[in-house]
Design a protein around this ligand. Structure first.
Ligand SMILES: Cc1cc2nc3c(=O)[nH]c(=O)nc-3n(C[C@H](O)[C@H](O)[C@H](O)COP(=O)(O)OP(=O)(O)OC[C@H]3O[C@@H](n4cnc5c(N)ncnc54)[C@H](O)[C@@H]3O)c2cc1C
Length: 501
């Protein structure tokens, strides 16, 4: 793990020499850095080779190779303002509507490589840091050094093509109490000691998706905090192999995926979600962006474009996943011979309308974006929060349509690939598992993929992810309430009421 101080000390002069784009092989090698990850009571020796994570790591490695491929240079990178070399579009601070569109096209290329099934790829939190760096004055309210730190750290990530994830929600220990009121003040991650060199943090955070694969984790809080919670009102960056940092991934689904045929998605795209424990983790001052300040901790999300950039990327990824989902439904219908049935076409039309809404709302964020007095582009808030607010209801609705359309087809598949290959069962499989248009293997492969998308543990975790990755729906809807133009709507009613008799 590179230490921030080695590559780009706080407030250092901009990095001059471009760092070559990272390859997949370099990424895989970097994972063997002593990070403390625990599965089934044992410490993982090397994420890149452990059966729980190896295939997910390979899927992530492909992303780095895609971005490093010179034929994708324009699509995946832009020119660093400090080094002049190519750096990821996820770090680009958009200054025009075309810039934001270019960022989406880059996000689409990466998300297509994982069919939208990995949510916290390196272009998610990079966008949050782009938003922080675009508005350093928000951090400067706590002291200019904090603004300098966040900009330097952003440049460090950007210039070295690094992957940051975040853990910004405290665990569900007792939601009826504020952070500082928990039974032990170090239940939720917070400051426990301050020194000249930095601060020490102890406690836990609920989840860091993709944490096992990332280079850095931002630890902060997006939940409301109250006076008294100052120790938890922080934003810091911690290298994943920091001493005292322990990651506890939920059950890795790849461990229960014996082959790629029966579990085509589980076996490849489990990005993992980790419970995060910080045990007296030392954070040097240059990696501290907010320190014991409740207002700035809140403002980093809402008075910077970070939440907008990060979720614009998240929606691009989601739209890709929905395209994959509706493509699966189409192929299932074709295989079952239902594709031409008008009733099925009406259901597919409903599905397509829901998918189209997400695609179009992404573009609407770009078209309706505004440019501030510093020349920084802010995606449209109302459009973003509208589509996010509907996601927690529309996602299960779409999955339900697919369940309806597929009937029992996914359930009537035999127990595994071995039934197709065993001389004892092969004849029955080849006779009865066929469809009107294809052989048994082809039909089984598609049905397995559809089931992995909606029915397996991996598929079900995705439904939880789409419901919660952007926060609980009541919070997203509150955001929507805040940004919709109710004045214009109310004025229309007033005008109608004032019509002459
Ligand atoms: C798969 C997955 C991946 C995630 N990845 C990350 C990640 O990478 N980084 C990260 O920081 N976080 C991540 N999260 C965590 C996510 O941010 C939280 O789940 C989310 O913020 C909601 O918080 P909570 O789960 O603690 O739910 P809570 O806030 O405890 O709420 C649970 C439910 O209680 C009800 N409720 C509670 N309070 C109210 C209220 N005031 N009004 C109305 N209803 C209420 C609602 O039904 C709500 O959905 C992830 C979550 C999931 C499921």
């Amino acid at each position: 793990m590179t230490s921030l101080a080695v590559v780009s000390p706080s407030n250092a002069k901009p990095v001059k020499k471009p760092v070559p784009l990272r390859t997949g092989a370099e990424f895989l090698e970097s994972l063997n850095d002593g990070r403390a990850i625990f599965v089934n009571g044992e410490r993982v020796n090397n994420v890149a080779t452990h059966p729980a994570f190896a295939e997910g790591a390979r899927s992530a490695a492909k992303l780095f190779d895609i971005a490093a491929d010179p034929t994708n240079r324009e699509r995946m990178t832009y020119t660093s303002p400090t080094s002049g070399g190519p750096v990821y579009r996820g770090y680009q601070i958009p200054r025009s509507h075309a810039d934001l569109r270019a960022k989406r096209l880059a996000a689409e290329m990466w998300s297509e490589a994982t069919f939208g099934l990995m949510g916290r790829t390196p272009d998610h939190v990079s966008n949050f840091f782009a938003g922080f760096a675009a508005t350093p004055e928000v951090f400067a309210a706590g002291g200019q050094n904090f603004a300098d730190n966040v900009v330097s750290f952003y440049e460090h990530l950007r210039e070295n093509h690094l992957w940051a994830t975040y853990a910004i929600v405290p665990p569900q220990i007792d939601r009826s109490k504020w952070s500082s009121q928990q039974a032990d003040p170090t239940m939720y991650a917070g400051v426990v000691k301050e020194t000249d060199g930095g601060i020490y943090i102890s406690g836990s955070q609920q989840l860091a998706t993709g944490g096992v694969y990332s280079d850095w984790i931002q630890v902060s809080c997006i939940q409301p905090l109250r006076p008294g919670d100052e120790n938890h009102a922080i934003s810091v960056a911690v290298p994943v192999n920091a001493e005292g940092l322990r990651l506890y991934p939920r059950r890795p689904y790849a461990l229960n995926a014996p082959n790629k045929f029966d579990y085509p998605l589980t076996s490849r795209f489990d990005e993992t979600d980790c419970f995060v424990v910080l045990d007296n983790v030392f954070v040097p001052w240059e990696q501290v962006f907010i320190y014991r300040n409740i207002e700035i901790c809140r403002d980093q999300w809402w008075k910077t474009p970070s939440h907008l950039y990060g979720n614009h990327q998240a929606q691009a990824r989601y739209a890709t996943k929905l395209r994959f989902m509706i493509g699966l439904a189409k192929r299932v219908n074709e295989l079952t011979g239902n594709d031409g049935n008008p009733a099925v076409q009406a259901q597919m039309g409903e599905l397509a309308a829901l998918v189209m809404t997400v695609e179009a709302m992404n573009e609407a964020q770009e078209v309706r974006a505004t440019i501030d007095e510093k020349g920084v582009l802010w995606p449209d808030r109302a459009t973003l929060y509208a589509v996010m607010a509907l996601q927690s209801e529309n996602n299960p609705r779409m999955i339900n349509i697919i369940r309806e359309l597929s009937g029992a087809s996914m359930i009537t598949m035999p127990s595994s690939l071995e039934d197709l290959e065993s001389p004892v069962t092969k004849a029955d499989m080849e006779k009865y598992m066929v469809s009107g248009s294809g052989g048994a293997r082809e039909r089984m492969a598609l049905m397995r993929m559809a089931w992995d998308f909606i029915g397996t543990e991996f598929g079900n975790r995705h439904q939880q992810y789409e419901k919660f990755y952007g926060g609980a729906s009541y919070i997203v809807k509150t955001n929507m309430f805040r940004y919709y133009d109710f004045n214009r709507a109310g004025a229309l009613v007033d005008k109608a009421l004032a019509l002459p008799e």
